[in-house]
Ligand binder design. Structure first.
Ligand SMILES: C[S@@+](CC[C@H](N)C(=O)[O-])C[C@H]1O[C@@H](n2cnc3c(N)ncnc32)[C@H](O)[C@@H]1O
Length: 221
């Protein structure tokens, strides 16, 4: 898995839209669903909050929403913290460096965008989903976006071509190709549905798809 430390953290915001085609649309379409389903006051759990993209976007949409921003990278959370200070929203955000299972929440909704594909399917993905489920209110929605198993033989090649067109350097493309093979743990839709079911969620509904990246919304039972 990428380390999300040092340069990988400081360069994250400029690199990620080249690595994930439709990155902005993923976030805006997630945000629109939160606006459609949550009231004026809500607590949103953001797993793998990274440099604070989700929190910054959502905080601007609804002034009474509060957030828990969790991540395992100190460097990513440091950037997020600075961003929240600059935006004047720090008092609405609780930062958590560590495992999601250490949190004690009853959140109204949870986001886990572009995170779980780095977690091995050896019990660790299930533990992550279980931790999220435990910290969501009944009927709360989980928004989950990951690189999935390719559904065609040419999907990954197309992603590399598109990323290059989006401005990724040759070195970046090579690294991405390596990462596809060695750093991700992509699921197919059936395995994802099983894991969601085992951790207390209804089957996820697909709301975002660009080549290998898929976004699902799943409701806690
Ligand atoms: C690709 S970034 C996504 C950041 C943000 N969600 C976004 O959409 O821009 C992945 C983030 O997940 C974090 N991460 C990796 N493994 C994690 C884990 N097991 N639990 C929580 N966060 C994790 C990384 O540190 C990194 O900040």
């Amino acid at each position: 898995m990428p380390t999300f430390t040092q340069d990988e953290a400081t360069q994250y915001d400029s690199r990620i839209p080249r690595l994930v085609p439709g990155y902005e649309l993923l976030h805006s379409s997630t945000a629109a669903q939160l606006q459609a389903t949550l009231g004026d006051e809500a607590h949103i759990l953001v797993i793998g909050a990274g440099t604070g993209k989700e929190v910054a976007l959502l905080a601007a949409l609804q002034p009474k929403w509060h957030f828990t921003a969790q991540d395992t990278s100190q460097d990513m959370l440091d950037i997020a913290k600075q961003r929240f200070v600059e935006l004047g929203i720090s008092e609405r955000v609780t930062l958590h460096l560590g495992s999601p299972s250490e949190l004690k929440q009853q959140a109204d909704a949870a986001l886990c965008l572009l995170v779980m594909h780095f977690v091995a399917d050896n019990g660790d993905k299930k533990a992550m989903l279980q931790a999220i489920s435990t910290q969501l209110k009944a009927h709360g929605q989980l928004y989950l976006a990951d690189l999935m198993r390719p559904e065609t033989l040419f999907e990954r090649d197309a992603q590399l071509i598109l990323s290059k067109q989006l401005g990724l350097t040759e070195t970046g493309v090579e690294r991405m190709q390596h990462n596809f093979e060695h750093e991700f743990f992509p699921l197919d839709r059936i395995r994802l549905a099983d894991l969601l079911d085992e951790t207390g969620f209804n089957s996820g509904k697909l709301y975002f798809k660009t080549l290998g990246f898929s976004g699902y919304v799943a409701q806690k039972r």
